[in-house]
Design a protein around this ligand. Structure first.
Ligand code: KE4
Length: 417
């Protein structure tokens, strides 16, 4: 396997060393091949909001598997999970399941282009929406240059219709619309950016994107693959009271199995084949196992107080990290929203990708290594988000903060000598 992994971030290129290989997960912890246990903040990059192998999810998968794993024909479970999502996310009137976040965003953009008859797409630098060709673009210089490929294998014409603008900057978006008033099909945005570390939208930012899309007749797509059911049962759009036209989901709705979805305004979704002309398909879309895991997960998340508990856990973690860093004299900025958190190694503020790039990634790498040595595994990059689950109890947070105090001390000591 290239790099020994099936997704690049797992290879530890940003932090060095050899990745641990996991044999099992239970609750907030994972165990590696050497039998070492770690408190886990990777959480499969988001899906495991209930921790590893929650009983209700495992039972749902097991009971479903005994009756067959995939049929290529409709099942009741697809309708059940679709109804749960439509009831949870007010802007979603119809939904289509796919098997990854990449498929969800790729399909939503195709739909937006079909619905508007336009081809240009605005995304934001540092936001990640999966690896479909049209979204693998380098940021142009400011708001003037359309996308150039960020990877070999993507022909320049494919990304020429994609404009990557700074996050949290409405002026750049306004300029783009003024320059191309009738050509922009959609804006796709992570309402809370989780792929350049965790960066919150500034007050009015999402509302501003909504207003500009209304003014110029473009579709507003919220990529909630990471934030959907993670920061609130209704997603980030419920927290910020902004109604997108289309929403992309993934991760949590599959409860740890391959699942994505896109949905939104019925007049748009009715354009999707076979009801409409916009083609999109998938062998394992809505597969019974992912549906069962998703239903069990969302059912657990409907319990009163779950999101308050998750928010409190993340808040305790972040305030403890800030305290430990301050005591050691290591400049960090921590952010959190719902059960997403991040620790930027920087003395400054972080409102976009340019700011995030100023972080001291060497210190992050050292911190990562010290934490791993003490039995805490973090996402192996400064530009990832940490995830807490309902299984992260007080003991987990206390142990994590004890490890962090030592890790910050070690970094500060290194910096002094
Ligand atoms: P997948 O195709 O990986 O299921 O989803 C792509 C995607 C789309 N939108 C958002 C907001 C996402 O965060 C993601 C995937 N997130 C990364 C974590 N940074 C997945 C980890 C990985 O690539 O291995």
């Amino acid at each position: 396997m290239p790099g020994g992994v099936n997704s690049p971030v797992r290879a530890y290129r940003a932090v060095g060393g050899t990745p641990i290989v996991i044999t099992q997960g239970r609750g907030a912890r994972v165990t590696d091949l050497d039998g070492r246990e770690y408190i886990d903040y990777v959480a499969s990059y988001g899906p495991l909001i209930l921790g590893h192998a929650p009983q209700s999810v495992v039972e749902a998968i097991t009971n479903t598997a005994c009756r067959g794993t995939s049929f290529g024909m409709p099942t009741e479970a697809e309708t059940t999970l679709a109804r749960m999502i439509i009831e949870a996310v007010r802007s979603i009137e119809m939904v289509r399941f796919v098997t990854s976040g990449t498929e969800a965003t790729m399909s939503a953009i195709r739909l937006a282009r079909a619905a508007t008859g336009r081809s240009k797409v605005i995304k934001f630098t540092g936001c990640y929406h999966g690896h479909s060709d049209g979204l693998l673009v380098e940021a142009g210089s400011g708001a003037t240059t359309f996308g150039i490929p960020s990877t070999p294998g993507v022909p320049p014409p494919v990304v020429r219709e994609t404009l990557s603008l700074p996050y949290n900057d409405l002026t750049a978006v306004r300029w783009a619309f003024e320059t191309h008033p009738t050509e922009i099909a959609c804006i796709i945005v992570e309402p809370i950016a989780g792929n350049m570390g965790c960066i919150l939208p500034e007050p009015g930012y999402l509302q501003g994107l909504r207003a500009l899309c209304d003014q110029y007749g473009a579709i507003l797509i919220f990529d909630e693959v990471m934030t959907g059911f993670r920061v609130a049962y209704g997603g980030a759009q419920a927290l910020y009271h902004v109604r997108p036209d289309l929403t992309c989901l993934g991760k949590v709705i599959g409860g740890g199995l391959p699942c994505g979805a896109y949905g939104g305004r019925a007049d748009l979704m009715r354009m999707v084949a076979p009801q409409g002309p916009v083609y999109q398909a998938g062998t394992l879309s809505g597969n019974p196992l992912a549906m069962a895991a998703g239903i069990a997960t969302l059912t657990a998340l409907q319990q009163p107080g779950v999101y308050d508990q998750l928010e409190q856990t993340a808040a305790q973690l972040v305030s403890g990290l800030e305290q430990a860093a301050r005591t050691a004299g290591v400049p960090v900025l921590c952010t959190h929203v719902g059960s997403m958190a991040c620790c930027f190694f920087t003395p400054g503020s972080v409102r976009n990708y340019e700011d995030a790039l100023r972080c001291d990634t060497k210190s992050f790498a050292a911190f990562f290594g010290h934490m791993l040595d003490q039995g805490v595994v973090l996402p192996p990059s400064q530009f990832e988000t940490w995830f807490v689950s309902t299984a992260h109890d007080r003991d987990c947070i206390r142990a994590t903060l004890d490890a962090a105090a030592q890790a910050f001390d070690a970094i500060a000591h290194l910096a002094r000598n």
